[in-house]
Design a binder for this molecule. Structure first.
Ligand SMILES: [Zn+2]
Length: 364
């Protein structure tokens, strides 16, 4: 195991996280996933708590919402634990680190859960009508051809390029990544019910966050925007008190998911948007840190290849290694420069949130 806070596999990331949490004096608990990893290892969401159990304010750091993106968030969490940041917390603050909320996706190098669901399209009300995405419906066959040969891939790319020429590249991104509920074996699928990861995050909220009056949230993501830059994305609407608090804590570069200034598509069902409803007893202030990796065409190509592999191919067969390398490279840039940018911007964001929470509880 290397000394880097980052890890090449889920299993190593989990071991490093648990070791760093124990060394930092955290209490650890875990939520067991029903599936196994590619190495037949255990899959768990591990939760580390540092600070008083009855803290008035809690900062929650979450990695692996999008599985394979967990290489980034896990590294930031391990670095936070090792760096001694816990010593900077006041008497009334705690930090709750949730490692690999989608452990299956992290272990299998997938962005989705074992239900093939994008967890950040899954936090919708399944009792009501599901969001429609007719644009995706029209592209679904090109997104995931049954055959992944060169001819078939070229035909698919031609359909997607024609759509982008006619409607603009932003419209293509919106159609593909805005979320869809009609194609269970497609990409950016929101599901037909609550996933294991949604139920687990909801359980963590219930088990650990019930006593806090002020809650800060940081959710680590990769794959959108300029390489190495972490856009701070606020899910709350620009006219909300939560959005104003997030800007107050984190500064003027924070963007709004619904305000038209974010690298992300407009979407429904992300957990940061749902958190204030699930934690309605508290003031909630959340951001996603979205780190750029490679250009968006490569990211989309990797997602489609991985989607094909699990829908039509064999994830443990001869095609797997190249596609898994492709998707890891799309969501984790394997350079010291990129890793340094991850840690630096994460450290700033966590200190900003700790300062914001400290101010909130000292004023109450
Ligand atoms: Zn993500």
């Amino acid at each position: 195991m290397s000394t880097s806070p980052f890890s090449p596999t889920y299993a190593e990331a989990r071991a490093k996280f648990r070791e760093a949490a124990a060394a930092a004096g955290a209490t650890l608990s875990d939520y067991r996933h029903p599936e196994r990893g590619p190495d037949d290892g255990d899959l768990t969401t591990d939760v580390a708590w540092i600070g008083p159990a009855d803290a008035d304010a809690v900062l929650m750091l979450v990695s692996g919402t999008h599985g394979v993106e967990g290489h980034c968030g896990s590294g930031a969490q391990v670095d936070w634990l090792r760096r001694g940041e816990a010593a900077r917390l006041g008497q009334r603050l705690a930090v709750c680190l949730v490692h690999a909320i989608n452990p299956y996706g992290f272990a299998w190098s997938r962005r989705v859960t074992h239900e093939n669901v994008d967890l950040n399209r899954n936090f919708i009300d399944f009792a009501g009508p599901l969001p429609a995405n007719p644009e995706y419906d029209g592209l679904a066959a090109a997104v995931k051809p049954a055959d992944w040969g060169e001819t078939s891939q070229a035909a698919s790319r031609a359909v997607l390029r024609a759509y982008a020429r006619e409607h603009g590249p932003a419209a293509l991104v919106q159609a593909l990544s805005g979320g869809q509920y009609n194609h269970p074996d497609g990409i950016f699928y929101g599901g037909a019910g609550e996933t294991w990861s949604r139920r687990t995050l909801t359980a963590v909220f219930r088990d650990r966050m019930a006593g806090a009056s002020d809650i800060g949230l940081i959710d680590y993501h990769t794959g959108l925007g300029p390489e190495g830059y972490a856009e701070q994305i606020v899910s709350a609407a620009p006219d909300s008190a939560e959005y104003r608090r997030a800007r107050d804590w984190h500064g003027a570069a924070a963007t709004s998911l619904t305000g038209g200034d974010s690298v992300s598509a407009r979407l429904a069902g992300d957990w940061l948007d749902a958190a204030p409803r699930l934690l309605s007893h508290a003031r909630v202030t959340g951001i996603a840190l979205e780190y750029g990796t490679v250009e968006s065409g490569k990211v989309m190509g990797a997602l489609r290849a991985d989607n094909w592999l699990h829908a039509h191919g064999d994830p443990t067969g001869p095609d797997a290694a190249a596609i898994k390398a492709q998707i890891r490279a799309a969501f984790y840039v394997d350079t010291d420069l990129w890793r340094g940018m991850v840690l630096g911007q994460s450290l700033i964001a966590t200190r900003q949130a700790v300062a914001g929470l400290t101010k909130a509880v000292s004023a109450s």
